[in-house]
Design a protein around this ligand. Structure first.
Ligand SMILES: NC(=O)c1ccc[n+]([C@@H]2O[C@H](COP(=O)([O-])OP(=O)(O)OC[C@H]3O[C@@H](n4cnc5c(N)ncnc54)[C@H](OP(=O)(O)O)[C@@H]3O)[C@@H](O)[C@H]2O)c1
Length: 319
């Protein structure tokens, strides 16, 4: 394990960031992690990661406080901007709770990177930034040229999608203006085991399928990716000099009913949805660009089983 230099990861205690930090630390990186409350129990898991005592330093920082971000970025070769509010239900004041931290937060991180002459910034965007458009043709395959329609996001009250779309498009404007080396990764629905205690929004989506006993559920074509493979994708686009632009990060397209049948075969006793109705939208997604860069992902069964085992361990599901 060689020395890999120093990188900053924003939102260190979150679901995706925790796996990224675990991977970076095990690979020899020194990591500056930003958290809003370093003393909070929800960040306790970070301290027990391999190599954390010597190589992980936590910084108290809020995305809306430029100086706090600058202090964490200081001396880093690279930055992974992961932090962003990801709500599990609608929020009363989306402009303040979602749009401001996503947009101003991203610009604060990028400005700090320019000031500190960071070599590359990897910004975590989302499928939310390319999938939300009206009149999608059936079976349309979406790739990195696609963008969500901002007005449509607002009109349909998809404020999370709006916040991710404006944050990513402004990040590209900033990169064009300043020449900062920015790469974005756009994961689809992220599932897989949790390292953190507090359950995050995308894990909650799967937990609900296992325990709510819905009468009927739409048989959506889900686009999923394992959180460990997202961490791998982030490290890959950071390390590969030839990486450029946007990268969709998706491993499997699987219908909800097929996902449930895989789980039911292994865990027959959960309260799965009782019936399914066919979904109208069948658009597809391609992550060929990331695969061509060398990205690998694990089988869907492994992701589903490891997710359930992690929810059981956290007491979120019965054993
Ligand atoms: N999970 C998915 O399915 C998925 C899919 C595509 C993209 N993404 C993107 O992946 C990234 C991580 O998401 P996640 O699933 O890991 O969610 P998460 O567990 O909720 O993590 C979000 C992190 O952002 C931090 N944060 C929020 N507002 C902040 C602020 N004002 N200042 C500083 N930190 C702030 C949170 O810190 P606190 O702990 O202090 O609240 C938390 O650590 C996000 O950019 C998200 O949009 C996620």
């Amino acid at each position: 394990m060689g020395e890999k230099g120093k990188v900053c990861v924003t939102g260190a205690g979150g679901y995706v960031a925790s796996w990224l930090i675990k991977l970076l630390l095990s690979d020899g990186y020194t990591v500056h992690g930003t958290v809003r409350n370093p003393g909070d129990d929800k960040n306790a898991h970070l301290k027990s990661l391999e190599n954390a005592p010597e190589k992980l330093k936590l910084f108290k920082a809020d995305l809306l406080d430029f100086d706090s971000i600058l202090a964490a970025v200081k001396g880093c070769d690279g930055v992974f901007h992961v932090a962003c509010p990801v709500p599990s239900s609608s929020v009363p004041n989306p402009e303040v709770e979602l749009v401001a931290p996503a947009l101003e937060g991203t610009l604060n991180v990028l400005k700090a990177c320019s000031e500190e002459k960071v070599k590359r910034v990897v910004v975590v965007s989302s499928a939310a930034a390319f999938m939300m458009k009206p009149n999608l043709a059936d079976d349309q395959v979406m790739d990195e040229t696609c963008w969500s329609d901002k007005e449509y996001c607002k009109k349909t009250n998809n404020w999370y999608c709006y916040s991710k779309t404006v944050a990513e498009s402004e990040a590209w404007e900033y990169a064009k203006k300043t020449g900062l080396d920015v790469v974005t990764l756009l994961p689809t629905l992220v599932i897989g085991p949790m390292l953190q205690q507090a359950v995050n929004a995308s894990s909650l989506a799967l937990i609900k399928i296992l325990k709510e006993g819905f009468e009927e559920m739409e048989n959506t074509l889900r686009k999923i990716v394992d959180v460990r493979d997202v961490a791998g994708g982030l490290k890959l686009v950071y390390e590969k000099p030839e990486a450029e632009g946007r990268y969709i990060c998706m491993a499997h397209m699987v219908k909800t009913q097929d996902m449930v049948e895989i789980l039911r075969g292994i865990y027959p006793y959960y309260k799965y949805p009782k019936s399914f109705k066919e979904a109208k939208k069948t658009s597809k997604v391609s992550s060929e660009k990331l695969q061509k860069l060398g990205w690998k992902y694990r089988p869907v069964e492994e992701t589903l089983v490891d997710s359930v085992e992690s929810y059981k361990q956290a007491g979120l599901l019965d054993s």
